[in-house]
Design a protein around this ligand. Structure first.
Ligand SMILES: [Zn+2]
Length: 135
């Protein structure tokens, strides 16, 4: 079973839950989810978001130990949670993409043997699209 980690932002332009269900999850596929406002981004800024980063690492460790996900899928977007800290409030979409890429690399080295994948929401009004950041 795959584990998805993403932001809970419910606004229509974000709504990752709906987009993920539509394009990244197969019909009938059962998945695990960790959703918080900000999703995985704390892990790219563990000094700014120390308690959230520690909680997220703990949740991931627990999931790997107890539920052995076949893959852990990180999904980023142009997240509004960056506005919570003034030092991060000016980051560009490209910076936010790089964050998700770096988080996947960090988790890869921390949990050898666990498969990770990363996507970034690049949807527009016409269509739902995710850029694969796993290369
Ligand atoms: Zn967000």
């Amino acid at each position: 079973m795959r584990l998805f980690i993403y932001c809970s932002d419910p606004r229509e332009e974000a709504d990752l839950e709906n987009k993920i269900n539509k394009s990244l999850i197969l019909p009938g596929e059962k998945v695990m989810r960790i959703t918080t406002f900000g999703g995985p981004i704390f892990l790219a800024h563990p000094i700014v978001f120390r308690s959230q980063a520690n909680t997220m690492l703990d949740q991931i460790r627990f999931a790997i130990e107890k539920f052995k996900p076949e893959k852990i899928v990180l999904v980023g977007h142009n997240c509004g949670f960056y506005q919570e800290d003034v030092s991060l409030s000016k980051l560009s979409v490209e910076d936010k993409k790089r964050d998700i890429f770096r988080i996947r690399k960090m988790l890869d080295s921390r949990h050898s043997g666990q498969a990770f994948k990363a996507y970034f929401d690049i949807s527009n009004e016409q269509s739902t699209k995710f850029e694969n950041l796993s290369a």
